[in-house]
Design a protein around this ligand. Structure first.
Ligand code: SF4
Length: 469
């Protein structure tokens, strides 16, 4: 570790060779080492806490648990022990279409006298009014700071339900101790949620859920957090005779999580925290895992071949499945490649999504990636990003609005790929944008890659840009 700057009273520490001569991105002096121009050798400073006052695009630990990991699990009631604002934030960003979300709506009085009683009553009320598969209770900054112990409250609710022989006494009530300040980024929240959900595995027999016995072709997909994407990967595997027991958590139910231990293979699609989950499954339930990327045609082909080999699937069936999708998408792929070749792209996402997207965008669509910004990435992620990116491209670690704006003005991309948080900024700058998370479509899988190319093409060629520029 090397101290490289002293900006006023903020000491900035970098663990890599920062590039203080970078001219492309304007910003605070203590952020210089986080914004670099790629020379295929230098890495940006990373894995640090966001400085107060820095309008970073990162999310909090609670968001990582509730929104990213848990929001797609079906028929669960989420109870957020917080003022209404945390619940609103978590609802607005990724609307919860599969379950209800409640908050204890902590007020000043609760902050002074404690909110445990309120939480206790709220859980009992949910048990009385609804019949969910599970109740997920979340700690937030406020409830953690006043010392409310959500795990202890959950324990006493369970005791009461058992004592009363309540009809809901056996439903899982899980306490997620994920106060927003607990980690540097939302990634800590992913880990907290994964660890808690892991407790559900092996709590039911497969036969009680599927009415069939385990097969040698049962797998889980880990780390795809979108129902559409999960179903599209599942559809491809079904063509090869493979059954997906659980897509964790993009298309998960409580019951599907319970039987994950029956899989013969786990396929990790994305995220550092998913590898941690896969490692836990390997250690405890002896389910091996591989890491795959289903973004891009070539990556899909590679993934099917590898999985086919591991599960000993007839090679002809694997080849036929691949051929089917290649033929189906050939013409459209060629069209979009011709249209998009040479267009400039700026990607702003979590590290794994940025990495997954970069290769196929550059190799299969022959577009030029002129910049990558990531909300949370570590040294290993940046080593890969730096190697793949062309020289002169901009890299920003944990970007704030000012830095993004200055980078975009400098490199003027034809398309900006990010999530919904940065949409307004790029629209104001008159730059075409698509949401790389694909909230209303699918970018994963063979057909998904064509959807992606089509959306990028549509955004770039929208007539609106002629009016706003
Ligand atoms: S948990 Fe904390 S950081 Fe997260 S939304 Fe609530 S107050 Fe904000």
């Amino acid at each position: 570790m090397e101290k490289i700057q002293n900006a006023g009273d903020v000491n900035v520490v970098s663990n890599i060779n920062a590039n203080p001569t970078n001219k492309n991105v304007k910003g605070r002096i203590d952020r210089i080492s986080h914004c670099i121009t790629n020379d295929n050798n230098t890495l940006p400073a990373c894995a640090e806490f966001t400085q107060p006052g820095d309008f970073s695009e990162r999310s909090c630990t609670f968001h990582g648990s509730k929104i990213i990991i848990n929001s797609h699990i079906k028929n669960v009631i989420h109870l957020i022990h917080s003022p209404a604002s945390c619940a609103y934030y978590s609802w607005d960003y990724r609307p919860n279409t599969y379950s209800y979300c409640f908050t204890t709506d902590l007020k000043e009085e609760d902050v002074v006298f404690g909110g445990e009683k309120k939480l206790y009553n709220a859980i009992l009320k949910i048990c009385e009014e609804f019949n969910p598969d599970a109740i997920f209770v979340y700690e937030t900054c406020q409830s953690a700071l006043i010392g409310d112990d959500i795990s202890a409250v959950v324990k006493s609710v369970k005791k009461k339900l058992n004592k009363d022989n309540n009809a809901n006494k056996n439903i899982p009530i899980l306490a997620f101790e994920c106060a927003g300040f607990k980690g540097k980024t939302q990634n800590k929240g992913h880990m907290i949620a994964n660890k808690k959900l892991f407790e559900l595995i092996a709590t039911k027999e497969l036969e009680t859920i599927t009415t069939t016995t385990p097969t040698p072709y049962d797998i889980n997909i880990i780390g795809d957090f979108s129902t559409g994407s999960s179903r599209s990967i599942e559809e491809i595997f079904n063509k090869m005779g493979i059954r997906v027991l659980c897509s964790f958590t993009g298309d998960a139910t409580i019951d599907k999580i319970r039987i994950m231990d029956n899989a013969k293979l786990n396929i990790v699609h994305c995220m550092k925290s998913s590898i941690q989950f896969a490692n836990m499954m390997e250690k405890v339930y002896e389910v091996p895992y591989i890491v795959s990327n289903f973004f891009g045609i070539k990556n899909c082909c590679d993934a099917l071949e590898v999985v086919g080999k591991i599960l000993n699937i007839d090679k002809k069936l694997v080849d036929d499945t691949i051929d089917y999708y290649l033929k189906k998408n050939k013409n459209e792929l060629e069209y979009y490649k011709k249209e998009l070749k040479g267009k400039k792209v700026f990607i702003c996402h979590g590290a794994q999504r940025a990495l997954n997207y970069m290769g196929p965008i550059m190799e299969e669509l022959e577009m030029e990636v002129v910049g990558v910004a990531t909300y949370f990435a570590n040294k290993e992620n940046y080593e890969k990003i730096v190697k793949q990116l062309p020289k002169g491209a901009i890299i920003i670690d944990n970007p704030n609005t000012y830095e993004l704006e200055s980078a975009l003005m400098d490199c003027k991309p034809d398309i900006f790929i990010s999530d919904s948080k940065t949409k307004e900024l790029v629209h104001k700058l008159g730059i075409p944008y698509i949401n790389g998370r694909a909230p209303s479509t699918v970018y994963i899988g063979f057909d998904g890659f064509i959807n992606f190319a089509k959306d990028v093409h549509g955004a770039i060629n929208s007539k609106i840009w002629k009016l706003v520029k």
